[in-house]
Ligand binder design. Structure first.
Ligand code: UD1
Ligand code: UDP
Length: 391
């Protein structure tokens, strides 16, 4: 290490944060004036490790906090205590957190306690509903209050922050998930399991499903599972592929209401490269995930969102994403339409990239270098394509 290098520590702990931060950890490592440090909380143990393996990132510090069925308070308090040690040992000049998880909130709060500047990656997303998504909406609002630099995926995200009174150090960068996608999706990709290789992608309509959100626990998740079952039973031309999240709450709902239905393939969580290539070959996506709402439009796949609202309105405006809600009949009606009505499907199935051009990590690293005097100009903003523009 050269003494004058800036020590930038990226902190993350869950699967989506890892997928979106690993490309940035690597981009920062390529910069001469920066030492790129990586501290993982391991809020997700197995799902995090899988991503680290795919992207070949070795953490400098691992808090290893995950416990089965962990409560929000347990995650936050274990992260805070662990972060004290990580900061004392690694002595970062700046800490980067991502998005809206409990790791994000605790990482930012800990940086504040140590009076270390915070960069918020994926800043400015909002539903303006305190409990939807829960607890993510409040996590990102609280992190906005702490952050010193804001890396907004879209112009709309920046506008949200400006309206809330944040005026300085806002950068529109695109979402780093598109950077990740550009490294994982490959022509002729072969999956690691025969189950996925043998799915007839050309002759059947492959519906890719994920579902895990805390605000969907209970009745909404039951409705979602029953809707998926009904779609699979009523449409012999679909194959439903569902990599099931490791949360025991989710797995119980799947076992109770979906397992055993015809044409349903339930798998363990897939490594990120497998998931992205599966998405690129599927017919459409049904999900309550945030990340999938960003990835699928870039791959030209229609998405039905299994939630009541979304903090990602750009792809809805562009016409590739629709809100299906959490009522069984609504999900079945909207799913059926995309399965049987070719026109309705074609209207949604065009590739748009409202979330990025694959240059988000470069812009974020440039902005950090600029803030610390290592570069004379800030990066130019990512320009979102006009809605509806076809590629
Ligand atoms: C968390 C985030 C959510 C994000 C999601 C991405 C919070 C509060 N929630 O939700 O914003 O959308 O990750 O997937 O930060 N588990 C394992 N192994 C793993 C991962 C999870 O066994 O690798 C199990 C554990 O029993 C764990 C449970 O899943 O207690 C729930 O994990 P947790 O991180 O608390 O919540 P998620 O629903 O995954
Ligand atoms: N993903 C994955 N394997 C899976 C399911 C999802 O790699 O089995 C990826 C997905 O492509 C996206 C990210 O995980 O990049 C989304 O994570 P998740 O849905 O857990 O969280 P969210 O985005 O809702 O916060």
């Amino acid at each position: 290490m050269k003494k004058e290098q800036l020590r930038i520590m990226s902190v993350f702990g869950t699967r989506p944060e890892a997928i979106k931060m690993c490309p940035l950890v690597k981009e920062l490592a390529r910069r001469e004036g920066i030492e790129s440090l990586c501290c993982v909380t391991a809020q997700h143990r197995q799902m995090l490790d899988s991503v680290l393996e795919v992207f070949h990132v070795k953490p400098d510090w691992d808090l290893d906090i995950m416990t089965p069925r962990q409560s929000l308070s347990a995650i936050t308090s274990r992260c805070l205590l662990g972060m004290d040690e990580a900061i004392d040992a690694l002595k970062p000049d700046m800490i980067l957190v991502h998005g809206d998880t409990s790791t994000t909130f605790a990482g930012a709060l800990s940086a504040y306690y140590h009076q270390i500047p915070v960069g918020h990656v994926e800043a400015g997303l909002r539903t303006y509903h305190k409990y939807a998504p829960f607890p993510e909406e409040m996590n990102r609002v609280l992190v906005s209050g702490i952050a010193d630099m804001y890396f907004c995926p879209t112009v709309g995200n920046r506008e949200n922050l400006v309206r809330e009174g944040h005026q300085r150090n806002l950068f529109v960068t695109g979402n780093t998930v598109i950077d990740a996608l550009k490294t994982t999706v490959r022509e002729g990709y072969r999956f690691s399991t025969e189950e996925l290789n043998q799915i007839p992608y050309d002759t059947k309509k492959v519906v890719l499903v994920t579902c895990h959100r805390r605000e969907n626990y209970g009745e909404p998740m039951k409705n979602i599972m029953l809707a998926l079952r009904q779609l699979a039973e009523e449409h012999t031309d679909i194959e439903l592929v569902y990599p099931v999240h490791l949360s025991p709450v989710v797995r119980e709902a799947v076992d109770l209401y979906l397992r055993g239905a015809p044409r349903v393939h339930l798998t363990d969580p897939l490594p990120a490269d497998e998931m992205h290539n599966l998405m690129s070959r599927c017919y459409m996506v049904l999900t309550d995930s945030g990340g999938l709402q960003e990835e699928a439009p870039a791959l030209g796949k229609p998405v039905l969102v299994l939630r009541r609202e979304t903090e990602r309105p750009e792809a809805v405006t562009a016409g590739t994403v629709k809100l299906a809600g959490v009522v069984q009949d609504d999900i079945v009606t909207m799913g059926k339409r995309l399965i049987v009505d070719r026109r309705a499907y074609e209207e949604m199935a065009h590739a748009v990239n409202p979330y990025g051009d694959g240059q988000a990590c470069r812009r974020i690293a440039d902005a950090i270098e600029w803030r610390y005097g290592l570069r004379s100009e800030p990066p130019a903003d990512f320009q979102t394509e006009p809605p509806g523009q076809k590629r």
